[in-house]
Design a protein around this ligand. Structure first.
Ligand SMILES: [Zn+2]
Length: 490
C-alpha cells in the first residue's frame, strides 16, 4: 500500500479528524477532531501565537455572529457571491463557472451579466449533469451563512479579518496613538460552499489565524523592522513569471524589493512572519511557493495579493496562507458605513485612513499539510515525525511486564510527569514492540521503559522516536530530562 493510502487509513483509525456527526448523517464540510487531532491543532495554534507574539502582534477575539451592516460595509453582502444555476427538474445547484470551465476555459464569466449568462446557457445547451435537463436559470448564491438571532437577521462571519478591523479606534487609543499597530485573531469562520470537498481543505466551518498590520502610508517604505528579516529567502512566483510560463524563483526579501517584485518593505516583512512560522514547524520549504494573484483574480480593492501554497500528495498545491495588501479599503468602508472617523494623523499632521497589510492562515489546511508531510513509514511501520512541540503526547511510560512491581514503578513515573505539566501516558498492554509502534504512530517523542534493572538501580531506558536510540537515565531525573528536551526542541 502506498504511503498516502496508509496515511488516509491512519487519519481514520486514530480519529484525527472526521466528518461530523458520525452516528447520524452528516452535512458535508463539517469536521470533528478526536483527542489526538485536537491536541495537534491546539499545539500548532500555540506555536502560531508565539510566532506572532515574537513579531509583536496582540491577540483579540470577536463574536462569530455579526449584524448585516458589518457585511454590507465589508462588501461581503454584495460581492461574496457565486453565480449559480438551479436545475428546474431535480433542484440541484451548480456553480456556473465550475460547470462550464472544462469546455469553455477562456470564457470571461465575471464580465457577463445575468442576462448574458442565461443566453450562454441556452445557446450552448448546457445540461444538468445529474438528470440531463437543460439548464436556463441564473441566480446569486451568497457564501455567508445567515442566522436569526431573536428574530433579527445576522450572519456567521466568513472571515475573522473584518471583525478585527471594527475596533481599530480602540487599538489606536490603547497603544497611545502609535502606528503601526499589529493585531491577530484566531477563530472560526463559515462559508456556505456549494460543494464542500477535499477533507479539511474546503470545509464550511473552519478556523483562521489572521494577522493585520494597521499602518500609515509613509511607514510602509522604508520600514524599519525590515532590516531584521531582509535576508530570508523564499520561492516567489510573480504573476509576470506565471504569464510567461516561468517557474518560481528563490529571492531574498531584499531582492524582491530591488527587483520590484514587491513594492514596499512593510509588505515584504509580512512574508517573513509567515516564513518564520513555517520554518519553526519544520514544513518542507522545498514544497512551498508564493504565487502572486493574477490581475483578474485579485479582489477589486487589493493592491497586491499572494498565496502561500504547499504541495501535497493528496490534493496537489494547497493555499495555506494569503498575504494581502488591502490598502485603505476596509477602514475607509467602515468609516463611511459607521459614520465614525477612523482617520489618524501622519507625521505631517495630515489626516488619513490607515492601510492594512494582512497575513491570513487557514489552520485546518496548515495542519493537514503538516501531518501529510510528516507521516512516514519506517521498517513497515507508521511514524508521525511531527516537530516535538506539536506531537499530541510528549512521552509514554511502559513497564516491561505488568508484574513484580514494575507496573507500580511505571505508574509512579507517569504520575511524576503529568503533575509536572508533561503530557504523558502509561501503557501496560501488549508487547514492548507494539507499544513503541503505537506511540511512534502518533508521534510521541520519548518512551520510558521500566525493566528488572530499574528495581535494582532506579534507572530506566529512554527511547528517542527519531533514531530509536536508547540510553539509561535515573528515574529521579525524568521530569527535568523531559523538560530540557522540549525546551531545546522549541
Ligand atoms: Zn437536474
Amino acid at each position: 500500500m502506498s504511503r498516502i493510502e496508509e496515511f488516509k487509513k491512519f487519519i481514520k483509525r486514530k480519529k484525527i479528524f472526521q466528518p461530523s456527526p458520525t452516528i447520524y448523517e452528516s452535512i458535508a464540510g463539517f469536521y470533528e477532531y478526536g483527542p489526538f487531532g485536537i491536541m495537534i491543532k491546539n499545539k500548532l495554534v500555540n506555536v502560531m501565537r508565539s510566532e506572532f507574539q515574537k513579531y509583536q502582534f496582540w491577540e483579540v477575539e470577536f463574536p462569530l455572529i455579526m449584524p448585516p451592516k458589518v457585511w454590507e460595509a465589508s462588501g461581503h453582502l454584495e460581492r461574496f457571491v457565486d453565480k449559480i444555476t438551479t436545475c428546474q427538474k431535480c433542484n440541484n445547484i451548480y456553480r456556473i463557472d465550475k460547470l462550464i470551465e472544462e469546455n469553455y476555459p477562456d470564457l470571461k464569466l465575471l464580465e457577463m451579466s445575468d442576462q448574458g449568462l442565461k443566453k450562454f446557457l441556452e445557446e450552448n445547451e448546457i445540461i444538468c449533469p445529474k438528470c440531463k435537463t437543460r439548464l436556463t436559470d441564473v441566480g446569486d448564491y451568497n457564501l455567508m451563512i445567515e442566522v436569526g438571532v431573536a428574530g433579527r437577521q445576522a450572519f456567521l462571519r466568513p472571515e475573522t479579518a473584518t471583525t478585527t478591523y471594527l475596533a481599530f479606534k480602540d487599538y489606536y487609543s490603547l497603544f497611545r496613538n502609535q502606528m503601526p499597530i499589529k493585531i491577530y485573531q484566531f477563530g472560526k469562520a463559515y462559508r456556505n460552499e456549494i460543494t464542500a470537498r477535499q477533507g479539511l481543505i474546503r470545509t464550511r466551518e473552519f478556523e483562521q489565524f489572521e494577522g493585520q498590520i494597521f499602518i500609515l502610508k509613509e511607514q510602509e517604505h522604508p520600514f524599519e523592522e525590515f532590516q531584521h528579516v531582509k535576508d530570508i529567502k523564499l520561492p516567489f512566483w510573480s504573476s509576470d513569471a506565471q504569464v510567461h510560463g516561468k517557474e518560481p524563483e528563490l529571492y531574498s526579501l531584499e531582492e524582491t524589493i530591488d527587483k520590484k517584485i514587491l513594492q514596499k518593505e512593510a509588505f515584504a516583512y509580512c512574508f517573513a512572519v509567515a516564513y518564520d512560522l513555517l520554518a519553526r514547524i519544520e514544513l518542507d520549504l522545498n514544497k512551498l511557493r508564493l504565487r502572486q494573484h493574477l490581475p483578474d483574480e485579485r479582489a477589486h480593492y487589493a493592491h497586491d495579493a499572494w498565496d502561500l501554497e504547499v504541495e501535497t500528495e493528496q490534493f496537489g498545491w494547497v493555499e495555506i496562507c494569503g498575504i494581502h495588501d488591502r490598502g485603505d479599503y476596509d477602514l475607509g468602508r467602515h468609516q463611511k458605513f459607521s459614520k465614525t472617523s477612523l482617520e489618524v494623523k501622519n507625521s505631517k499632521g495630515e489626516k488619513e485612513v490607515p492601510q492594512i497589510l494582512e497575513i491570513a492562515f487557514g489552520v485546518g489546511r496548515l495542519m493537514y499539510c503538516l501531518i501529510e508531510q510528516k507521516f512516514t513509514i519506517r521498517d513497515g511501520k507508521n511514524l508521525l515525525l511531527l516537530p516535538k512541540e506539536i506531537s499530541p503526547v510528549q512521552c509514554a511510560v511502559f513497564p516491561l511486564m505488568n508484574k513484580d512491581g514494575l507496573g507500580d514503578i511505571a505508574a509512579k513515573i507517569n504520575r511524576a510527569l503529568v503533575i509536572n505539566g508533561i503530557a504523558s501516558v502509561l501503557d501496560l498492554k501488549g508487547s514492548i514492540g507494539k507499544r513503541y509502534a503505537r506511540m511512534d504512530e502518533i508521534g510521541t517523542p520519548y518512551c520510558f521503559t521500566v525493566d528488572y534493572q530499574s528495581k535494582k538501580d532506579e534507572t530506566v531506558t529512554i527511547r528517542d522516536r527519531d533514531d530509536t536510540s536508547q540510553i539509561r537515565v535515573p528515574i529521579s531525573d525524568i521530569p527535568s530530562i523531559v523538560r530540557d528536551k522540549f525546551l531545546k526542541s522549541s
